[in-house]
Design a protein around this ligand. Structure first.
Ligand SMILES: NC(=O)c1ccc[n+]([C@@H]2O[C@H](COP(=O)([O-])OP(=O)(O)OC[C@H]3O[C@@H](n4cnc5c(N)ncnc54)[C@H](O)[C@@H]3O)[C@@H](O)[C@H]2O)c1
Ligand SMILES: O=C(O)C(=O)C[C@@H](O)[C@H](O)[C@H](O)COP(=O)(O)O
Ligand SMILES: [Zn+2]
Length: 359
């Protein structure tokens, strides 16, 4: 199977590697000067993390440390970052040492933040083990943790040295996780590469099956999209905001559900919401909105939410990072592949769109 390399350019360039059997070459992705490596992983990835450690200790010059952190969003907390800092401090981890984030998006976000903050920045190699991590979380250098008030409210922009997407690690990933992660792939289809949507519509089963060419094509298109966007706008001064399509309501739902929902499920509803918002604002056609619903239905991703929580969701959305001077801002579509910003929409319009997605 071929090995694809997708490059991020800009002030801190790096490559994203996609293929199979890539973990064997992990040492080559760390700077030769590295003496200590911290592998951050969750209990579920314990056996694979041991294999990774064995590959690294084959280099006698390397000392490998392990930080096993709680699973999923339970790991994206400041207390967990503090635990990692403690492991690093006790091992005299220096500026020439390296962190490896080995897991889903929750792990790569946390590990990236630990690397960004330790000694004000040490190198990080991201090895995502979920679809979502490969196409989105491990690429682009957004790192962080959740707080009681909201999702990803504390963090840093910190570019990885390298991203290794070894498709072999997806063999153990449950189907529901593959599908949830595919929500970010579909997002790339709505905002940038409609070819992804065509592939899903032709054969949704093949699209989410990691052994198919269709899956590989979708994954690579989504990574390509993200690499192009973050190459142009690393710190989200403009263009990068398009990657937040569906996330304003999506993050508020994750908060309302106490981070027990899959990120992909929450943002699927969030994308359905902004599609309806775009339509009610006269921007998006009925057919393009129907296309959203059809694609989410084909994949088994949710498109509706309960009627009651609106006031709570609205309050949480005020803390969205795209808000400016108390004004809400949403990424909406003028057409498929044409995202834009909607500034301070009327609350009645926001509620009308919400009514369209209540089951
Ligand atoms: N930084 C970014 O740009 C960015 C982008 C998108 C999402 N995110 C964040 O990513 C997180 C969601 O990531 P996720 O969907 O990968 O969730 P996750 O990290 O919680 O992983 C999902 C589940 O899959 C398990 N798992 C991971 N790899 C596995 C494997 N190979 N085999 C079996 N089980 C495995 C994990 O233990 C976990 O239970 C959210 O916190 C979201 O905010 C960040
Ligand atoms: O990389 C980005 O930029 C994104 O917005 C990608 C999103 O899919 C991702 O969930 C991100 O973590 C959301 O960022 P936030 O700044 O809204 O917390
Ligand atoms: Zn996301």
């Amino acid at each position: 199977m071929t090995h694809t390399t997708i490059s991020v350019t800009g002030a801190t360039p790096y490559d994203i590697h996609v293929g199979r059997g890539l973990l064997a070459g992990v040492r080559d992705h760390l700077a030769p000067t590295v003496k200590k490596v911290l592998i951050v992983h969750t209990p579920r990835l314990g056996a694979k993390a041991s294999e990774l450690r064995d590959l690294l200790v084959a280099d006698d010059a390397l000392e490998v440390l392990i930080a096993e952190i709680p699973d999923a969003e339970d790991g994206k907390r400041i207390e967990v970052a503090a635990f990692c800092w403690q492991v690093m401090g006790q091992a005299d981890f220096t500026r020439t040492d390296a962190v490896i984030g080995f897991g889903g998006g929750a792990v790569t976000d946390l590990a990236g933040f630990v690397a960004a903050s330790w000694l004000r920045g040490v190198q990080i190699v991201q090895i995502p083990t979920t679809v979502l991590g490969m196409v989105d979380a491990a690429v682009g250098g957004k790192t962080g943790v959740n707080t009681a008030e909201g999702k990803n409210l504390v963090g840093a922009f910190w570019a990885p040295r390298s991203v290794i997407c070894d498709l072999d690690v997806l063999d153990t990933l449950p189907r529901n996780e593959i599908v949830a992660g595919f929500a970010e792939v579909v997002k790339a289809g709505f905002i940038w590469f409609p070819e992804i949507l065509d592939i899903v519509e032709r054969d949704p089963e093949a699209a989410v099956d990691p052994s198919t060419d269709e899956f590989r094509r979708c994954i690579e298109l989504a990574i390509e999209m993200k690499a192009r966007v973050v190459s142009e706008d690393f710190r989200e001064a403009g263009l990068r905001e398009v990657l937040n399509y569906g996330h304003t309501l999506g993050h508020a739902i994750e908060h309302a559900e106490r981070y027990r929902w899959r990120h992909g499920a929450a943002i699927s509803i969030g994308m359905m919401y902004v599609a309806e918002l775009s339509r009610l604002a006269g921007r998006l056609s009925d057919e393009d909105v129907a296309r959203h619903r059809r694609i989410f239905d084909m994949l088994g991703l949710p498109t509706t939410y309960r009627m009651d929580g609106w006031q709570h969701l609205l309050g949480v959305m005020q803390r969205d990072k795209k808000s400016r001077a108390g004004m809400l801002r949403f990424i909406v579509l003028d057409a498929i592949g044409k995202p834009t910003v909607m500034q301070a929409p009327d609350e009645s319009l926001l509620f009308a769109a919400y009514q369209e997605i209540t089951g």
